[in-house]
Design a protein around this ligand. Structure first.
Ligand code: SUG
Length: 447
């Protein structure tokens, strides 16, 4: 039987607020504030624990090596690793902030995933996202590719593609701009690719970057062996991007037959509904559209609370549940909409609110923190066991966080060689817990 497994990003020890993401309102608002990496990582682990308690399989993706000394060295800084970091920081704290971000925690941006029910060759396909739109995020894809290749290494079951080329033509933000609709996870379905910009089309009036391009979405679909009968391509609305919905998953989430979204998420939502309905007929299901009207739920409330950046999951008994950030409960319009949805004639019957404030302050809610991978039993058995979560493993990771992570991190700490060493010690210990030896550059170069 097929299940959907969420692979959450483990928050790295360098979690900080550098205000790096233009167009991400929370990131800009918290620029320069001190962060609490320890609380951030524990909040993320508490979410994983909650999902396990709800009966769902849960995996983890390890953080990347940051500060990324090889990246700084490639810019011409020299000396020991500590000297590279110090001299780069003297030159430009902002530059080091880009090479020190813990942004890979938002694993919805790690890759786009096509389950075997949709792909031409019956394997699960992954394309690591190149994240070219943001300088700090564009540093992630090489390690993401390596990490996914280690975890999903069995080529009989999985195909991990190389990331798309780093060109403005092919800006790819991964699963954050990808939704899937189907009767049940293991069955063939419709994959909805939402793009922010047509890189070959006329210039638009976007105030903030339209990160995902149509050309990247089309390339991913082709590589994954998705036939035209499975794929729908639709633009994000400029109104949503300009209001701060830098990824489509800030205004929309899907699960099985349900598309849950805001009225302003897409231009021409009725055209989108028509296109999905047409394709879903072939796969024998009727999609259900749950749209929040702008007059009841203002777009501003959606973006500050992250109502649609919820996880929408099917629990073992068949009930559908929303996993939401506490900000949704604290915002009158979004709380009312959730209550109305639970009482309405639709499959969503549960809402669970979680405190993810550390990640939320950088624009990352529950849905940003997870990569969904649908797998059958044989595919699940082929996943690298070290990253499969259990209560015992979460206990171990909590202890690891408590012994290695700081509870306060400010921008001025990022250039400190002692901080570099502490972060490496933490990651080195982590590779033992997750049984991923030599995952990081610093481990391979000192081997
Ligand atoms: O890419 N924030 C991330 C948030 C990503 C959220 N992911 C999804 N919506 N799926 C981003 O903008 C902020 C880092 C900083 O400012 O220091 C950051 O990268």
């Amino acid at each position: 039987m097929s299940v959907e497994m969420n692979f959450d990003g483990l928050v790295g020890p360098t979690h900080n607020y550098a205000g790096l993401s233009h167009g991400n309102i929370a990131s800009s608002k918290h620029k320069g504030k001190a962060a609490n990496p320890r609380a951030a990582a524990l909040q993320g682990l508490a979410k994983m624990r909650r999902l396990i308690d709800l009966g769902l399989p849960q995996g983890v993706l390890p953080p990347q090596e940051r500060p990324l000394v090889p990246g700084l060295r490639a810019l011409g800084f020299s000396g020991s690793d500590g000297q590279v970091l110090e001299s780069a920081f003297v030159h430009s704290p902002a530059l080091v902030a880009n090479y020190a971000s813990a942004s890979c925690m938002w694993t919805a941006n790690a890759a786009t995933v096509t389950p075997s029910a949709d792909s031409a060759d019956g394997r699960v396909h992954f394309t690591p996202a190149n994240l070219t739109a943001m300088p700090h995020r564009a540093l992630e894809d090489a390690q993401t590719h390596r990490t996914l290749s280690m975890i999903f290494g069995d080529a009989n079951h999985f195909a991990v593609h190389a990331p798309l080329a780093h060109t403005p033509l092919l800006g790819d933000e991964g699963a954050a701009n990808h939704n899937r609709l189907c009767y049940a996870h293991g069955q063939a379905g419709v994959e909805l690719f939402v793009y922010g910009r047509d890189a070959l089309g006329p210039r638009t009036d976007l105030k903030f970057p339209g990160r995902q391009t149509l050309q990247a979405s089309e390339a991913v679909a082709r590589r994954h062996g998705l036939s035209a009968s499975h794929a729908v391509f639709h633009p994000q609305s400029a109104a949503a991007i300009n209001a701060g919905a830098f990824h489509n998953d800030v205004v929309c989430v899907s699960n099985e037959t349900v598309l849950f979204f805001h009225e302003n998420a897409f231009d021409a939502p009725s055209e989108l509904e028509r296109a999905i309905k047409l394709k879903s007929e072939r796969f024998g299901f009727a999609p259900q559209f749950i749209m929040a009207p702008a007059k009841e739920v203002p777009l501003g409330d959606v973006i500050s609370s992250y109502l649609f950046n919820s996880q929408l999951v099917t629990l073992p008994g068949g009930a559908m549940a929303l996993i939401l950030p506490t900000q949704v409960e604290e915002t009158t319009s979004t709380k009312a909409f959730v209550d109305q949805t639970l009482a309405g004639d639709n499959p969503i019957t549960q809402a669970h609110y979680l405190d993810l404030r550390q990640s939320m302050a950088n624009g990352g809610g529950p849905a940003c923190l997870r990569l969904r991978v649908v797998m059958d039993a044989a595919q699940q058995a082929a996943v690298h066991g070290g990253v499969v979560m259990s209560h015992a493993k979460i206990d171990t990771l909590e202890r690891w966080v408590k012994s290695h992570y700081r509870d306060r991190l400010a921008i001025e700490d990022l250039g400190d060689p002692k901080f570099l060493q502490d972060s490496r010690d933490a990651l080195d210990a982590l590779t033992q817990i997750l049984d991923l030896p030599n995952l990081y550059d610093f481990q391979r170069s000192s081997a």
